[in-house]
Design a protein around this ligand. Sequence first.
Ligand code: SAH
Ligand code: SF4
Length: 396
Amino acid sequence: MTTTTDTSAVLAAPAAKAAATSATMTNLLEFDLDGLAAFCEKLGEKRFRATQLFRWIHQRGAHEFDAMSDLAKALRDKLKGCAHVQALPVITEHVSADGTVKWLFDVGDGNAVEAVFIPEDDRGTLCVSSQAGCAVGCRFCSTGHQGFSRNLTTGEIVAQLWFAEHALRKRLGRDERIISNVVMMGMGEPLQNYSALVPALRVMLDDHAYGLSRRRVTVSTSGVVPMIDRLAQDCPVALAVSLHAPNDPLRDNLVPLNRKYPIEELLAACNRYLEHAPRDFITFEYCMLDGVNDQIEHAQQLIALVKPARGEGVRCKFNLIPFNPFPASGLLRSSHAQVQAFGKLLSDAGIVTTVRKTRGDDIDAACGQLAGDVKDRTKAAERMAKQRTIALKPVT
Ligand code: SAH
Ligand code: SF4
């Protein structure tokens, strides 16, 4: 059973109120703790006040300053005059039979982004968006087909977690943490929105906010090599790399960013990252496309890439994602048997390989189905339709 609710009237109340306030108000969701401390300092307040405020917002889900009872009244009044906690208006909420919840958030100008909560026995994972649309334009991704609209701000990235965590706590009547893992696998390429991403990651990790372990926060990237290096320095978290092809001609076609950062450079960046990463492996995501990248020779080429007879290779795990089809893609999902056979080849070569379970199928919440309501401003769909006439031949 699927429940679909238009929750815009109910859930967006704080946001709507906030939106009505002046544009000069500062949204406190935009700040990591250092940022909030700097903001408080400008108001003549000490750092520990910022910590209190940060805890109220992120640990308790407070958005009204008057509810923050251990802040002095003078400070609360000061804050009311210049700041707010501005959530994203919720357009729709869908609850899947398997417990997956998908929210569509309004980010203005006809753009919407999605976040998906996936409950499992031992964890609760939130899949978060980083951009409205995406400029990379992968062939198999419906976000990519819509083109790029704009980067989300730090506050808009954080607002997805803030809202989901506290809405779920209320709904389930629980006081403790519900979301234990965050994956930046929603709409957009997080490493093409680096300056907003890093403070958002810091909020996720901060013990005064969500206190997530670095191993449980994953940035997924199509391979923006220079930014992989920067992330290693600025905020190393778990890294997933969307590989999808074992050779450059095929990857150039599926993931156009490969023309700029080819596989060899990407794998070298993965190895540099591993020196700083909280996990000792990179997760390679591999979307299984029938007759395109799912043949035996592709598996053999992958093995040669990551476990070469000579040379370094990459410490990695593979996550095979059965393609989630959408009409405009012109691509098909590999058969179950093909996915299993492909996985077995990798496993037999000593590579830990999992097949991603599809969750929230009944509410279109699976990977690559996150399309929001983004306008096709860059005419990406049109361009891709033309491109589709170029045959995607399996490489022998
Ligand atoms: N831009 C980032 C993160 C968002 S996409 C990236 O590409 O890694 C999250 C994952 O979903 C990526 O591995 C992506 O390749 C995969 N994906 C996209 N479209 C898909 C589809 N239609 N079916 C299955 N997986 C898809
Ligand atoms: Fe962008 Fe990732 Fe989709 Fe590629 S798969 S178009 S990088 S969101």
